[in-house]
Design a protein around this ligand. Sequence first.
Ligand code: RIB
Length: 306
Amino acid sequence: MQAKVVVVGSLNMDLVTRAERLPRAGETLAGKSFSTVPGGKGANQAVAAARLGAHVAMVGCVGEDAYGEQLRAALVDEQIDCEAVTAVAGVSSGVALIVVDASSQNAIVIVAGGNGRLTPEVMVGFDSKLAEADVIICQLEVPMDTVAHTLKRGRELGKIVILNPAPVIGPLPAGWFPLIDYVIPNESEATALTGVSVDSLASAEAAASKLLEAGASKVIITLGALGSLFADGQSFQHFPAPKVQAVDTTAAGDTFVGGFAAALARGQSESQAIGFGQIAAALSVTRAGAQPSIPTLNDVQSFHQP
Ligand code: RIB
């Protein structure tokens, strides 16, 4: 049977504009294009894991609106089990307002909407989904007590537990670290978690050391074009990124996390899974949008660095 990845997290409709640069405070800027694209860190990670070889179930909430229907349909199209994706009355679906600039960097504002209704009480009703998992992934676009509940249940059930602490504004609760196997922040999240300004391999090592001191077992800091840094308290390992022409970095981190989880669930080693996730993430930045940019298993397996 195909290995199972269960994602507990957000579904957002991304409202995406492309502009020459990101607007300054108080400024009105003309955009070049507009599109609505299924996204949300949780849903993106679910799609990545599914396209990259895992059987996937999603646990999340949308509003009872058109976006909610489209977000769910996008996951169903990927053969993702959506029994635990609930439509909630009286709230909009989650949305993300995204500006992508000429250098392919983005700025994102999210409105939680239905994602805020994924409470621990809702989770209790879907405990069987967690029990079926090989790997459980959480992010921080749903309520913190829901993440805490999921990490705890994941540990009790003996699953591989991954936390992508995104978005984050400060340190994680200390009690979470023993519940997590892999903490996977990007540079800015690692900076917010540790106070170390992460902009190089050396600073990533310093930030990873702080996370290990705080109680993390294994840390992977994704560093964009610099690749990623793995730390487990024994050693640091740097994984250089494949070189590609970036078009849009939205969901690159999600693609890494979903790909890493799918590879682990298929029994690959950590190193293989990190390398696999990095190729998947690199391919995703060559395409626009969140879920449309995520590659398939075949894309990754046939990738050769030119
Ligand atoms: O990580 C990218 C995602 O962040 C976007 O799809 C957007 O929905 C926000 O959640």
